[in-house]
Design a protein around this ligand. Structure first.
Ligand SMILES: Cc1cc2nc3c(=O)[nH]c(=O)nc-3n(C[C@H](O)[C@H](O)[C@H](O)COP(=O)(O)O)c2cc1C
Length: 209
C-alpha cells in the first residue's frame, strides 16, 4: 500500500484551475489504486514554521557539523516534523498556480522549510551535494493565466515549473511528470480547451502513476 501526498498551493479552492485538475487526478488515481492512501497538505490551511531566529541558526550549525543548542534543537523540531510528513509519502502530487512567473509565497515557504541538510540533502566536501529523497515519483499541475509552452516566446519566463523541477531535483526527486493548465485567462474557448487537455492528461497520468 503506497501513500500519495497531495500538496495544494492555490487559495482559490473551487475556482482554482490547478486544484480542479488535481482533484480529477486524485479521483482517477484512487479508482486505479484502491489500496493506496492519499494525504492532503493544503498550504493555505497550514502554519509552517518561520525560518528565522534559532531555526536558521540550527540550519547553519548542522551545515557546519556543530551540535545544536537547546533553543536551536527545540526550533528545529517543527522543521523535522514538516519533513517527516513529506518523507512518509511514496509519491507526490503538486498543484501550483503561477504568481508573478513563479510560485505563490506559501509554496516558497514550504520549499525553504523542506530543503534541509541531513534531512532532504547531504553535503560532502569531496563529493558535493546529494539528494536524499530517491526512488520516489512526483506529478505537478501548473495553472497559469498566459501560455508559456514551446513556441510562445515566453518559455524563459516560466519560473514556476523551473522552481519545482530544480528544487525537487536537488533533493533527489527527479522522476517528475508535468501537466500544464494554460492559458487560464483570455478567450473562453481557448482556456476551456487548455483545461480539457490538462484534465485528460491528468487522468491518463494518474492511472499508471
Ligand atoms: C498574485 C497573482 C500573480 C499572477 N501572476 C501571473 C503571471 O506572472 N503570469 C501568468 O500567466 N498569470 C499570472 N497570474 C494568473 C494565474 O496564474 C492564473 O489565474 C492561474 O489560473 C492561477 O492558478 P489557480 O487557478 O490554480 O489559482 C497571477 C495571478 C495572481 C493572483
Amino acid at each position: 500500500m503506497a501513500k500519495l501526498l497531495y500538496i495544494e498551493a492555490s487559495p482559490r479552492k473551487d475556482r482554482s484551475r490547478s486544484t480542479r485538475v488535481a482533484r480529477t487526478f486524485l479521483a482517477a488515481y484512487q479508482k486505479n489504486h484502491l489500496d493506496d492512501s492519499i494525504e492532503t497538505l493544503d498550504l493555505w490551511a497550514t502554519s509552517l514554521p518561520r525560518f528565522d531566529g534559532a531555526t536558521i541558526e540550527a540550519k547553519y550549525a548542522i551545515l557546519q557539523g556543530q551540535a545544536l543548542t537547546p533553543d536551536q534543537a527545540q526550533a528545529w523540531k517543527s522543521v523535522v516534523e514538516v519533513i517527516g510528513q513529506f518523507k512518509s509519502a511514496d509519491k507526490y502530487l503538486f498543484s501550483l498556480p503561477m504568481w508573478n512567473f513563479g510560485v505563490p509565497y506559501v509554496f516558497k515557504h514550504y520549499i525553504d522549510v523542506l530543503i534541509q541538510p541531513g534531512l532532504t540533502f547531504s553535503f560532502d566536501p569531496q563529493s558535493g551535494y546529494k539528494g536524499l529523497i530517491t526512488g520516489k515519483k512526483a506529478a505537478a499541475i501548473y495553472a497559469r493565466g498566459g501560455a508559456y509552452g514551446p513556441g510562445t516566446r515566453m518559455e524563459d519566463y516560466d519560473l514556476q515549473s523551473k522552481t519545482l523541477a530544480v528544487t525537487l531535483g536537488f533533493i533527489g526527486l527527479t522522476d517528475l511528470v508535468n501537466i500544464f493548465v494554460e492559458p487560464t485567462l483570455g478567450p473562453q474557448e481557448v482556456s476551456e480547451a487548455g483545461f480539457a487537455q490538462a484534465e485528460e492528461l491528468a487522468v491518463s497520468t494518474a492511472r499508471s502513476f
